[in-house]
Design a protein around this ligand. Sequence first.
Ligand code: UD1
Ligand code: MG
Length: 449
Amino acid sequence: MSTALVILAAGKGTRMESDLPKVLHKIGGAPLLHHAMLSASALEPERCIVVTGHGADAVEAAAKEFDPDAVAVRQSEQLGTAHAVLQARDALDGFDGDVIVLYGDTPFITTETLEQMIAARAAHDVVVLGFNAADPGRYGRLIMDGPSLKQIVEFKEATDEEKAITLCNSGVICAESGTLFDLLTEVGNDNAAGEYYLPDIVGIATARGLTATAVTCTEAETLGINSRLELAAAEALFQQAKRRDLIEDGVVMQAPDTVFLSFDTIIGRDAEIEPNVVFAPGVTVESGARIRAFSHLEGAHVSRGAIVGPFARLRPGAELAEDVHIGNFVEIKNASIDEGAKVNHLTYIGDAEIGARTNIGAGTITCNYDGVMKHRTTIGRDTFIGSNTMLVAPVTVGNEAMTATATVVTKDVPDGAMAIARTEQTNKQGFARKLFSMLRAKKAKQAKV
Ligand code: UD1
Ligand code: MG
């Protein structure tokens, strides 16, 4: 059976103390909303509806960035979770598969858990995701009768006996589309909060003779974000889990707690990540590459055998072929560095191509920006760029060519040629000694005054 998602993301998130809508706060470099959409995307949902309210335009844009086919529907007043799901009704017109309701601020629900819920749907009309809470606090409580879920009681409505129940509602619900909207029309708001409660559909379903059940997951999986502190704690959990996954898959890390990863970081077996490395989004490191301490990588690809850092910065579009060496205080942006090339010290390479085995000397800069536009630098294979060369783009240096130290390259350099552009040196005999003694005398005179 096909599935559709309804992701609730209209809430204000008052406790975040932020102008940014809550679901756009990030974990592992991706908005909370994307985490929710990512784990559900493996189910290949036929439709994805995001219910927006506070900061609707920004939330809608983020939803479409993840999935251009996502449909955003507005809930202009936040009258409760049942009311929120009802806003998706028109967008689900003609869809008759299972609908899974998720929260945009609950990033850790796994694909496996959602698959279990879909499997449980085969035998039950409504499936709820529950968890055993260490401290059930203000969560809704699941009232079970053996394997059957009879009702969900919100904390505000619960009796003391019901409050003693530790099996809680995560908020994730799955039901066939027709059944879901049919049940939702019966949900009222005559309760302590004056809200339309989505969990009420369970009691309504069982009263009608339909069946409901609960699938359970760990409490960590259902963790929702309501404050900056919870966001920071969730980030820490995310980092721990991501590091563990990578290490289990064969990545070497001497100090895992100091390595920061993104939701999409890919690192191959036997790759070595030294301490204090940051992976912003979009990085792939192939097997056997080595990222040395204090490097920062974003939107970059590092091939087998390459060595990056220490203290290197790879910015978006950095494409390093096999056995490339990038050394300390080197910045690479939107540039491809071919096999075996070396850029070892204090250099900026931006909007460039560098051929195989070429060596870039210390202090080289591709002058790629004229204050208005960006221009490309192309350097061939087996070329030697002398220290402190300024390459004023657009410019091309050929194969097996050379630039002399401190050359400002403003014209193309043909294959096999050496470019030299600097004033000739003159040595003034004895001048240094004379100057030193003059200066020392001046200093001594000043000290006496
Ligand atoms: C809800 C459940 C509770 C469950 C808990 C788990 C209800 C009535 N209660 O309570 O059983 O244990 O989640 O965290 O559903 N939202 C909207 N529009 C609205 C209201 C909410 O989009 O009108 C969104 C919020 O942005 C949030 C999610 O729905 O992402 C849940 O809303 P929230 O107010 O946090 O519900 P809880 O009171 O925590
Ligand atoms: Mg909540």
